[in-house]
Design a protein around this ligand. Sequence first.
Ligand code: TEU
Ligand code: CA
Length: 555
Amino acid sequence: MMRSTWWKDAVIYQVYPKSFKDTNNDGIGDLKGIQEKLPYLKELGIDAIWISPVYLSPQIDNGYDIADYYQIDPMFGSNEDMDDLIAAAHAQEIKIIMDFVANHTSDQCVWFQESRKSKDNPYSDFYMWKDAGPNREVPNNWGSSFGGPAWTWDESRQQYYLHYYAKEQPDLNWENPKVRETIYEMMHYWKKKGIDGWRMDVITSISKDLDFPDNEIPFAKNNQHNGPRMHEFIHEMNQRVLTPLDMMSVGEAPAAKASNAHLLVDPKREELDMVFTFEHMHIDRKKGDVNGRWALQAPDIVALKNIMSEWQENLRDRGWNALYFANHDRARIVSRWGNDREYHYESATAYATILHGQQGTPYVYQGEEIGMTNPKFELEEYVDIELRGNYEHFVEDQQTISKKDFLDAVHKVSRDNARTPMQWNNKKNAGFSEADPWFKVNPDYTEINVEKDLTSEKSIFRYYQKLIALRHQEEILKEGTYRLLLPEHPAIFAYERQLDEQKWLVVANLSEYTHDVAELFDDVQVYRFVIQNKERETVTDALRPYESFIIQVVE
Ligand code: TEU
Ligand code: CA
């Protein structure tokens, strides 16, 4: 059966519904809010929206803990609102991608409620249950991403259950064919509703190593991906659902490497269309440090270039890249690797140029298109379970990091940085809601907001709009080959795209210093600027801080 590949020509916009737009003024974004903003998204030019989970959920992990896969949480609206949103989006030729969270459910899900009751009931094998050791020891030393052990004791069943995330997010047992059937059924339901594809949460975790070997470092998470039956499960899902229903898929693949990602996305293997890599997002992390994601270093731009180029090269003709710097788990790129003060516009657009110039499907995360920044809140003001759990684990229990260093890291990389309400204008609560929002608005909203950006000479939105339009117009962006230039340069990210006789150069200075890279243009006589974030006379002048552009080489 032929699968459509609309997503190869698309730019996909991620909405984090809680923080996008509140229409009934309860302080929480909702489906009607997304619908209301469709014209805004249409103006930006995107082709599809990926909506983070909106199913019934106790919201322990902001919806990534689903209690009922068939119901929209009343906090976001009703199932009818979802029907309306799908219809309204489709009427504007915008596709809808839902979040598929099926590595785990909420502990409030009826499957888990039943499963915990006994060792022999229709749902008893829906989750990963294990006996305790003789002194009630945990089955092994695996850790949860949100701090503490990955096992929780259940009094009623007198066994431990596995959870890679919060204890309220028990992991499903994909070994059980009934679990897989139940999931496929759910996917059919949403396809009937009209959705076009899935973003698959931690899909590389669905198969577990049933030997449950200890990790070298207690609490580490190294055994939690790419389990022995992962490819088999994904292939089965492809054959049962994705291909027959012609649904697009992008999997979150925390442990995929450039060298093996094709095993997930090579069309011949019939698994997924794309995966989100984590490799390029770890260039500011100290490797192997006990404090994990909170142990930071200056971003290594050479590593960034090498990793992204490896993905470009390794998936050429055997897969397709999902291009991103931002999502609901990632801090704002302008604050993390750019400069959100003097070079706010320049660094936001420089990173955008580098990303959108590559081969693959670019993803834009809400607020990225106006350069929203990380807020620097006090520790008490953050709400994310990951941050809270990790604070308890690393600062309080293990005492491997000080409170101050932890807070510094939070200001740089915590997930909450991306979750402050969308800044629409400079009015009350940034135009997000009339009521107090569920999470504090970034105080910089008076300076950074949609309304202001749109009327600014240096509009980040307009720059994204242009990049997105290029993606639709220029075959070279989709099909052109990729070659990294100046691989060793510590600040300049430059590469060439080529399609038949046509050649483009994509160049960005990812630093606050001026760099002379005239050598890049030795063979260039005649050229035209395709896009640029600063006016300049000639292509050979030194690159100012965060300056970036694309040129077409004419001869
Ligand atoms: O994230 C999985 C994941 O590994 C992370 O990005 C996670 O935030 C990690 O702890 C960062 O160090 C997905 C979702 O995107 C995330 O929002 C959920 O919390 C998580 O799965 C559990 O569903
Ligand atoms: Ca609301």
